[in-house]
Design a protein around this ligand. Structure first.
Ligand SMILES: [Zn+2]
Length: 281
């Protein structure tokens, strides 16, 4: 178990921990010394050979007193992702092994909650069975941001065909608006910008609180530099506004923050500091 928020257990479901793209590619507005700035804040997080940022691809499993909720389902196996060769047509068991380590089987998941519809957050929504895509979690309802579903449907992306549409056709999808509550402990917080319908996840139990960032923020260095644009933000300025708002909320309440792509252990708190924010593991 990663941590406990009141009555809610949080488990890490790790699929990949590897270099992704270079810091210069990922943060195009951060200036020429971006790599040095990142390395100064998070020692060891840039691959010495390639200059690529080392990121976890992970979901978080929430065990509430009544439900098992998977937040984000990583890259998955057999998916079409030619843009990222490391994610293309994978065949790997680490994700399901992480679920087993948390004491659960795919049949035990009640809800799959997608913070947004990008390839590294929806992959295990489905799996190939006899050449057909079927929902990986046979008993789950899948909650997906309606605005992201509309965008991906319009573009007929591989992601939509492989990881979203089969869930809808199986009758297991719920397209949700931000602010949606899932049981007593989990709320979808609007943090648009990275994608149109992006949500971060708020967990509350008793007087304890935690936030799962999703891709509203990608590295703890963006606590100091929330103004840095990220390569894959659909609306970079809106993403900056959402990022600042999320960091303000985290620092004002002193809550636990779980960063979906933050360097492991991806868990800490945010403190307001000199007009920006400081990350504390
Ligand atoms: Zn992501």
């Amino acid at each position: 178990m990663l941590c406990k928020i009141g009555d809610v257990e949080v488990w890490r479901i790790l699929e990949i921990h590897a270099p992704f793209l270079t810091t210069e590619e990922l943060f195009p507005s951060a200036g020429p010394d971006v790599r040095a700035v990142v390395e100064a804040h998070v020692p060891g997080c840039v691959c010495a050979q390639s200059g690529r940022l080392i990121l976890p691809i992970q979901g978080f499993l929430l065990k509430t007193p009544t439900h098992n909720i998977l937040v984000d389902s990583c890259v998955g196996n057999d998916k079409t992702v030619p843009r990222h060769p490391d994610w293309h047509k994978r065949s790997d068991t680490r994700f399901t092994a992480s679920l087993t380590a948390a004491g659960l089987d795919v049949g035990d998941i009640h809800y799959v909650l997608c913070t947004h519809l990008h390839v590294d957050h929806v992959g295990w929504n489905t799996r190939l069975e006899d050449g057909r895509w079927v929902p990986t979690f046979p008993n789950a309802r899948y909650l997906m941001p309606a605005a992201d579903e509309a965008y991906q449907r319009e573009h007929s992306s591989d992601l939509y065909v492989e990881s979203v549409l089969p869930v809808i056709e199986a009758g297991q999808a719920e397209l949700v608006e931000t602010g949606h509550m899932l049981g007593d402990h989990v709320t979808l917080m609007p943090t648009p910008g990275h994608t149109p319908g992006h949500v971060s996840i708020e967990i509350t139990s008793g007087n304890r609180r935690a936030l799962i960032t999703g891709d509203a923020i990608h590295t703890t260095v963006q606590c100091w530099h929330p103004e840095w644009h990220f390569k894959f933000d659909a609306d970079a300025d809106m993403a900056v506004t959402s990022r600042r708002r999320l960091l303000e909320s985290a620092s004002e309440t002193g809550c636990i923050v779980l960063g979906s792509h933050f360097a492991l252990p991806s868990l800490g708190r945010v403190k307001s500091d000199k007009g920006a924010f400081r990350w504390e593991d």
